[in-house]
Design a protein around this ligand. Structure first.
Ligand code: NAG
Ligand code: NAG
Ligand code: NAG
Length: 314
């Protein structure tokens, strides 16, 4: 009996040597940081200097996480302090300079802290959506390798790479959701820039770091639409899972079908389950309370706005 327990303990320790497979002790109160970005110049509702679109907040909340806004224009010390109390990072879509903005500056600090933490077996996941995807490619390669594509307002089906349905990101998706993603035009694309397969393949840093899970084409260039890092819990989608249930502008590329909304949920469910593997926590309940996004009120921007509601920050 004692021997069996010992064998089991050794086996469990072995499993947990690989952070991705260590499922014990999930943190069921995960808190995910969403990075704010510089306000759009033509935003008639803008207050202060930066914003977070509320759809990203709702996307994570729908799967059991709470959100802390990460302000731009803060010191590295403040970012490091925040990094050590949150359980994951989401880099949202938007429209800033992904080499020179304050958004980029903060993303880089968190990216480097996440690399260091994961290397030290402190599991810290990052998710990038659209601009967040693009930002991750710049952070990993130290270059902007993006190219213009005709993908500004179009819903596409994903072309899965061989074996991608068994990737960490997709392997627990229900079969019908994977089938919908592969066959129906349900992933919303709202980007001018893309990482082409060509530039990915010819950049050793990107190729070694990320596994391509899905691709798409604008008819001329094949580009990466979903990827995950091989050795880090970093995930990136060029499409917008948060839009289907939470954005309502009437525009080509917007999809509100049952299958699109179901697919959205599984993306959030996956990323939040990754954040549950992290055990950072605030030093006290009052510190946690002060940081949460519930301290801010989103502004309703109207039905014709690309973002239905935004949070604004100083
Ligand atoms: C914040 O923004 C101001 C104005 O752009 C800049 O001078 C300052 O260096 C920034 N601070 C940090 C910590 O980035
Ligand atoms: C590859 O990257 C360069 C920038 O370094 C860009 O100018 C070019 O358009 C890209 N080409 C393709 C096919 O993606
Ligand atoms: C669906 O996606 C395909 C690309 O796979 C595209 O050719 C087609 O035009 C799209 N249909 C619609 C209605 O957007």
């Amino acid at each position: 009996m004692y021997r069996q327990v010992l064998v089991f303990a050794v086996f469990a320790a072995f499993l947990c040597g690989f952070p991705a497979s260590c499922a014990r002790n999930l943190n069921y109160r995960p808190i995910i940081g969403i990075l704010a970005q510089e306000n759009l110049e033509d935003d008639p509702h803008a207050q202060g200097s930066s914003y977070i679109a509320a759809s990203y907040v709702k996307h994570l909340e729908s799967a059991g996480a709470r959100v802390v806004p990460i302000h731009i224009n803060r010191t590295e010390e403040e970012y490091e302090k925040l990094f050590n109390v949150i359980n994951g990072l989401l880099l949202p879509g938007g429209n800033v300079d992904i080499e020179k903005s304050q958004f980029t500056r903060a993303a880089k600090v968190f990216y480097e802290l996440a690399i260091k933490a994961n290397d030290a077996s402190d599991y810290f996941p990052i998710w990038g959506t659209c601009q967040g995807f693009q930002q991750l490619t710049v952070l990993t390669s130290n270059k902007n390798l993006l190219t213009l594509t005709d993908t500004k307002a179009v819903a596409l089906p994903l072309t899965f790479s061989p074996g991608a349905q068994n990737s960490r990101l997709f392997k627990k998706f229900p079969k019908d959701v994977l089938q919908s993603l592969a066959e129906e035009n349900i992933t919303s694309n709202f980007h001018s820039w893309s990482l082409s397969m060509q530039n990915y393949s010819s950049n050793a840093k990107l190729k070694r770091f990320y596994r391509v899970l899905t691709t798409n084409t604008d008819g001329k260039k094949e580009f990466i639409s979903t990827m995950e890092a091989y050795r880090y819990p970093f995930y990136a989608v060029q499409w917008h899972p948060e839009k289907s249930p939470f954005e309502w502008i009437e525009k080509a590329g917007m999809v509100h079908t049952l299958s699109a909304i179901k697919a959205t949920f599984y993306t959030a469910h996956f990323f939040v389950s990754e954040a549950m593997k992290n055990h950072h926590q605030f030093s006290s309940q009052s510190e946690e309370e002060k940081a949460l996004i519930y301290n801010y009120q989103p502004v309703f921007k109207g039905l014709n706005s690309i973002f239905l509601q935004n949070y604004y920050f100083d």
